[in-house]
Design a protein around this ligand. Structure first.
Ligand code: HEM
Length: 144
């Protein structure tokens, strides 16, 4: 169970980052060029939302089945003193949950706008910030 979830979480992360990168790039291009917000713009933003929410669900389950979780009972608040356990048990989950909250806010805020340029701006800003948060707390050493 743990090994499968870890693998899925690890591979799915690629898709999440790529789709978010495409969604942010597309929103920036749309904003700069002043084009209409069309069905393809909606689709790529929706994919970003769905892919990141799936990763959140996988991550939440992984958190409790991962051997890292046992460190809470073994070390207690001592997990905060170790950079690696702090990353896996506190920084990575919290920052990524916050990132997905931002992405979700961007999605619902863009829907409330009627002007295309405002829609693109909401997606570019909130998805962009969410993506930056995700990138800041990925365990790069073990992942790649
Ligand atoms: C979109 C959000 C997320 C992305 C892109 C992401 C990405 C990653 C990546 C690339 C790894 C390294 C995998 C490896 O070493 O093969 C990882 C590990 C991990 N992630 Fe996430 N993650 C996200 C959200 C979350 C959330 C919300 C949680 C928990 C609430 C979580 C819990 C974990 C845990 C516990 C590990 C360590 C697994 C282990 O080595 O035992 N992740 N994540």
């Amino acid at each position: 169970m743990y090994a499968i979830l870890k693998n899925v979480h690890s591979y799915w992360a690629f898709f999440v980052l790529i789709v978010l990168l495409l969604a942010v790039g597309n929103a920036l291009r749309g904003k700069i060029s002043g084009k209409e917000f069309g069905p393809n713009d909606l689709r790529i933003s929706l994919f970003g939302l769905i892919f990141s929410h799936i990763q959140l669900l996988i991550g939440l389950i992984l958190y409790f089945v991962s051997p890292w979780f046992e460190q809470w009972s073994a070390m207690g608040m001592g997990v905060m003193k170790n950079a690696e356990s702090r990353l896996y048990l506190v920084e990575h989950p919290l920052t990524n949950i916050l990132a997905i909250v931002l992405i979700t806010m961007g999605w619902s805020m863009h829907k409330r706008q009627s002007e295309s340029s405002k829609k693109f701006l909401r997606i570019a800003l909130f998805y962009g910030l969410g993506l930056a948060f995700l990138l800041s707390r990925i365990p790069w050493d073990t992942w790649l």
